[in-house]
Ligand binder design. Structure first.
Ligand SMILES: [Zn+2]
Ligand SMILES: [Zn+2]
Length: 306
C-alpha cells in the first residue's frame, strides 16, 4: 500500500540525494547548455565552421544530430499499437494514453502486500497470493516530438516511460527504495511470484515493468540485430531492449543507460535508452527533459489487494 508517509519519505530521500550544492551545479550546467544551444543554432544557420568551434555544437555533433518532429511522427505513426493504447499526434507533442494494462498475457496471480501492512519493505511475511487485478487506470503522457538532450542528467523515481504494450516502465526499486524488483526472486509462494516473466507487476497506478520485458523481447527481437522499440521515456527519447547493433547486449551506455546510435526505427541515429540485464535494469535518470506531469512518484510495493 502506498501512503502519504511513503511519499514523504521519498520526498525526503530525493531531498537528501539532491544536496543544495549539487542542485546549484546542475542548474548552472543546464543554463550553460541552453545558452550554448541557442548560439550553436545561430551558427548553424550562418556559418557551419563557426559552429564546429563551439564546444556545445562539437559535443552535439559527437552525440549525434537531434531527431526532427517529422521523423518522430513517422515512427510513432508506423507502430502497431495495441487496442488498449490510443495515440494522438500533435504539432510539437504526441500523447500516449492507455488503460494501464499490457496487451500481452499475464499470470493468474501475483504476490501483493497484505492489506494494511507497510509495503515499503517488500519481504515474504508481508506478501500474500492475490488474483491478477482486472481494474483499469488512466495512463496519459504527453511527450515531445523532437526531444533534446541536456548537459546533465535528471534523476527520477517512479514512472519513467511508456511501453508499447500499454504498460509503463519504472525505476528498478520498490517503494522502500531498497528492494530491486527484478532481483526479488526469493519473493515467491509456490509458483506465484512478485514479478512476472515480463519483469513487471501491478500497483495502483497500473502495470509497470522494472527491467527487460522478456515476454515481448522474445517476440520482437531478432538474433544479431539491434532490439526493436519498446516504448518512450518521459523525456521523449525511445527505449529499446538490451541488444545493440550486433545483437549482443549493449555495453557502451551512459549513466542513464542511453547512447546515440542507429536503431531499426531511426537508421540515421537517435539518442535512445536500453533496458539491460544488469542493474539498474531500467534507469534512474533521464538525459532529456521529463514531461511536466511525470511526478517523482515512488513505486508502491506491488499493489494493494484488489
Ligand atoms: Zn542502441
Ligand atoms: Zn513495482
Amino acid at each position: 500500500m502506498w501512503t502519504v508517509a511513503a511519499a514523504l519519505s521519498v520526498a525526503a530521500l530525493l531531498g537528501a540525494a539532491c544536496g543544495s550544492s549539487d542542485d546549484d551545479e546542475q542548474q548552472a550546467a543546464t543554463e550553460t547548455t541552453a545558452a550554448n544551444d541557442s548560439s550553436a543554432g545561430a551558427n548553424d544557420a550562418t556559418d557551419a565552421t563557426d559552429a564546429e568551434s563551439d564546444s556545445a555544437a562539437a559535443a552535439a555533433a559527437e552525440s549525434g544530430a537531434d531527431v526532427t518532429a517529422e521523423q518522430m511522427k513517422a515512427v510513432i505513426d508506423g507502430i502497431d499499437w495495441p487496442d488498449n493504447v490510443e495515440v494522438t499526434i500533435g504539432t510539437d507533442t504526441w500523447t500516449f494514453r492507455s488503460n494501464g494494462r499490457p496487451d500481452h498475457e499475464l499470470p493468474a496471480q501475483y504476490l501483493v502486500p497484505k492489506p494494511g501492512v507497510d509495503a515499503r519493505t517488500a519481504t515474504l511475511d508481508i506478501l500474500q497470493v492475490s488474483s491478477t487485478p482486472d481494474r483499469e487506470v488512466d495512463v496519459t503522457y504527453e511527450l515531445p516530438l523532437a526531444p533534446k538532450q541536456n548537459a546533465s542528467a535528471t534523476n527520477l523515481f517512479g514512472i519513467l516511460g511508456v511501453i508499447r504494450s500499454g504498460g509503463v516502465v519504472n525505476d528498478p526499486y520498490e517503494a522502500d527504495q531498497k528492494t530491486i524488483a527484478v532481483e526479488a526472486t526469493d519473493l515467491k509462494i509456490g509458483d506465484v511470484t512478485f514479478i512476472d516473466s515480463c519483469s513487471a507487476h501491478f500497483n495502483p497506478m497500473g502495470y509497470h515493468y522494472h527491467g527487460i520485458p522478456y515476454c515481448m523481447t522474445e517476440v520482437l527481437d531478432s538474433p544479431g540485430q539491434h532490439s526493436a522499440l519498446r516504448g518512450f521515456m518521459v523525456d521523449g527519447f525511445p527505449v529499446y531492449g538490451p541488444q545493440g547493433d550486433d545483437g549482443a547486449e549493449e555495453t557502451d551506455l551512459d549513466e542513464c543507460r542511453g547512447h546515440f546510435g542507429p536503431t531499426p526505427e531511426f537508421p540515421d541515429g537517435i539518442y535512445h535508452y536500453h533496458l539491460t540485464s544488469t542493474f539498474p535494469y531500467t534507469t534512474l535518470c533521464l538525459m532529456g527533459t521529463p514531461e511536466d506531469s511525470s511526478m517523482q512518484m515512488p513505486d508502491m510495493g506491488g499493489q494493494t489487494a484488489p
